[in-house]
Design a protein around this ligand. Structure first.
Ligand code: MLT
Length: 238
């Protein structure tokens, strides 16, 4: 039978075998929400990199460099890590080189899996539809924050688990069942529930309320972005 499990941080993903699995990378606040927004608005692709120097080296005329440290745009970068910056006007046709504190590391940690997909509330439905069709062994990789478990990612893992478990086509781990219960409990007041999330509170303290609203809004994208290796063996999300 199809299996469903959750990995709670990107550090934990380094320690487990992902061979043969489909892994959904989740960093709701805010890296994977940005990735889905950028691709939905016509970005040619996203190149996830670990550090600021590598991002600067990859910059050229058809590429933008984007990302954050401590949730703030990196000096000299074209964009920060707010999904609202990634409008069609700014990014259509461009490749985006991206480095963030947790989300891009989670993508790299997942790269040894058979298939790597990107999850955000914007594409929850299309992602769930794809996974229901595909089946197999699925792990929902929550990026976490600074190596620690983070409730924003767990909420999304719960929303996705709820759909997959409801189909009765998956055997869920105990953690996937817990996430599904959590989503069911929290879904009527998502922002109330997220007030308990440390990174949510941090972003709110920096004045990113519009990002918080955006990142927890369901729908808006039919995409199922996936990680590929291009001809130069460069990681690419398309
Ligand atoms: C991350 O990758 O840690 C985040 O997306 C941080 C943020 O910008 O909110």
């Amino acid at each position: 039978m199809n299996q469903l499990d959750i990995i709670t941080t990107h550090d934990q993903a380094q320690a487990v075998s992902l061979a043969g699995q489909t892994v959904v990378v989740i960093d709701i606040l805010r890296a994977t929400s940005v990735m889905v927004a950028a691709l939905n608005n016509g970005a040619a692709g996203i190149i996830p990199v670990a550090d600021i120097t590598s991002a600067r080296l990859l910059k050229n005329d058809s590429r933008l460099i984007c990302g954050e440290r401590n949730a703030t745009r990196i000096e000299g970068f074209d964009h920060g890590n707010s999904p609202l910056e990634f409008t069609r006007e700014h990014i259509a046709g461009k490749e985006i080189v991206m480095t963030t504190t947790n989300g891009t590391h989670a993508v790299m940690a997942a790269s040894k899996a058979h298939e790597v997909l990107i999850g955000a509330f914007a594409n929850l439905k299309s992602l769930a539809g794809y996974l229901l069709q595909k089946g197999g062994q699925i792990s929902l990789l929550c990026s976490g924050t600074q190596g620690a478990f983070s409730l924003d990612d767990f909420l999304f893992a719960g929303a996705l688990s709820h759909i997959l478990i409801g189909s009765r086509q998956f055997r869920p781990s105990d953690l996937a069942k817990l996430a599904s219960f959590y989503w069911d409990h929290a879904r009527s007041d998502i922002h109330g529930a997220m007030n308990a999330c440390k990174h949510y509170q941090y972003l709110a303290s920096l004045g990113y309320q519009h990002d918080l609203d955006y990142c927890f809004t369901l729908g808006g994208s039919d995409l199922v972005p996936r990680l590929i290796f291009d001809s130069g063996n460069q990681l690419f999300i398309k």
